[in-house]
Ligand binder design. Structure first.
Ligand code: HOZ
Length: 424
């Protein structure tokens, strides 16, 4: 039953474009009414009609500990007593920057901002300032937030809403954005050969997770590391999704590659709005007020967001087996889908990230990702939703598993998945 959600959605559409504050939430690509959420605790999310669902969206990956973790809630409540924002430096910012540098050693120096979009936008500006070059290389189907220069062949909702190249972005703003193909070395080589001294940086999601989950093939990230060095360009890992998710040190630890700059969001804020970018001291010294690359923000380093972020990272750091547990649970789900579906399906999984594609060919890039039958995904999504399983309302977003998912949750999810494939 979604009566109240339907009413709220109609009201919302009167005052908010499409009734939502971020396009994928409109459930447009799965042709349904979005569930308006009233509360969430642990692995469960409850909508305004009282439906309790096992949540595999986890605030698009931010909720690695599940919802409302008692330790995080407690420190946030305490921090609120001291005021919500000062627009001045705080000790918490220092603690978080130190923690980031400890867990992600390539981020020797970092800057806190308010979202992943802002982090990426600022990292690109820093790379351009540092190299004195204008062009950047991104990959088709990768998503790096909604700043003008990066809305070129973008993934996430830009893909499902058919705006991989958004209206309102002047061509002049994207003329320095070159597009390569994920897992395709030749496409990158060609761009460097044609622009040997013009490329400031290559930006990549080390695991692409905004065209569904697409894993880097063996050697691809190493190749990016090598070719950027060879041509004097920087390598930027957009770890907004993979940071603190694949490992404490993110995808760079998981795959053993050291980028020049890294962007973070989601988990680093423990459920509060935050983003971070950082890298080698020499590069980050470009940022104002030390250097000439300007970037600022009233709510940057917000005391509540840093409090939630620090506590979340501390919990992850203290728990030596959390990443193994997350991976194990996700493998159980991936196996359940593969076994239940038998054919015409590809399940991509790494750590606690997973995607189900309704196609027979291996999904290794944008073209194979979009070969997935979205009608099948829509049916699969709808069945799961009606049976209490809340997954991404888009074929091209990831499924996220949290530490709060219990064995009972996983078992129930596997049962529903099996029942779905029996029923079709
Ligand atoms: N860009 C996010 C998914 N990759 C979606 C953000 C949201 O709708 O909350």
């Amino acid at each position: 039953m979604d009566t109240r959600s339907k009413v709220l959605f109609e009201e919302a559409k009167r005052h908010i474009p499409g009734g939502v504050n971020s396009p994928v939430r409109a459930f447009g690509s799965v042709g349904r009414t979005p569930r308006f959420i009233a509360s969430a605790k642990g692995s469960r999310i409850t909508d305004v009609d009282g439906n309790e669902m096992i949540d595999y969206v986890c605030s698009w990956g931010a909720g690695i500990l599940g919802h409302a973790h008692p330790r995080v809630i407690k420190v946030v409540q305490q921090a609120c007593e001291n005021g919500l924002t000062y627009g001045a430096p705080t000790e918490k910012e220092v603690i978080l920057a130190e923690l980031i540098a400890e867990l992600v050693p390539s981020m020797e120096v970092s800057r806190l901002v308010s979202s992943g979009t802002e982090a990426v936008m600022s990292a690109i500006r820093t790379a351009r300032g540092y190299t004195g070059r204008d062009k950047i290389v991104k990959f088709k189907g990768c998503y790096h937030g909604h700043s003008d220069g990066l809305l070129v062949k973008a993934g996430s909702a830009a893909l499902t809403t058919s705006v991989p190249d958004s209206a309102g972005v002047p061509e002049d703003y994207t003329k320095h954005t070159l597009v390569a193909l994920y897992n395709d070395r030749e496409s990158v080589e060609k761009l460097f050969q044609a622009n040997p001294k013009e490329i400031a940086a290559v930006i990549v999601e080390p695991v692409a997770a905004n065209m569904g989950v697409v894993l880097p093939e063996a050697g691809f990230l190493e190749f990016l590391r090598e070719i950027t060095k060879q041509y004097g360009a920087l390598l930027i890992f957009d770890e907004v999704i993979t940071g603190f998710r694949l490992a404490l040190g993110g995808a760079q630890e998981y795959y053993g590659i050291v980028p020049d700059l890294t962007t973070l969001g989601k988990i680093v804020g423990g459920g509060m709005p935050i983003g971070a970018y950082g890298g080698k001291r020499e590069i980050m010294q470009m940022v104002s007020p030390v250097g000439s690359v300007y970037q600022a923000g009233t709510l940057s380093g917000n005391p509540i967001a840093t409090t939630a972020g620090i506590e979340t990272l501390q919990i992850l750091k203290e728990d030596k087996t959390i990443y193994k547990r997350l991976e194990k649970k996700t493998e159980i789900l991936a196996t359940a889908v593969r076994e239940a579906a038998k054919k015409s399906i590809i399940v991509n999984q790494v750590g606690s990230l997973m995607s189900v594609f309704f196609t027979e060919q291996p999904v290794r890039d944008y073209e194979s990702a979009v070969s997935s039958n979205t009608k099948c995904y829509t049916e699969y999504f709808g069945y799961l939703l009606e049976h209490g399983i809340y997954t991404a309302p888009s074929q091209f977003e990831a499924m996220f598993i949290s530490d709060a998912h219990t064995q009972e949750d996983i078992d129930k999810t596997c049962e529903v998945i099996k029942a779905y494939f029996m029923h079709i």
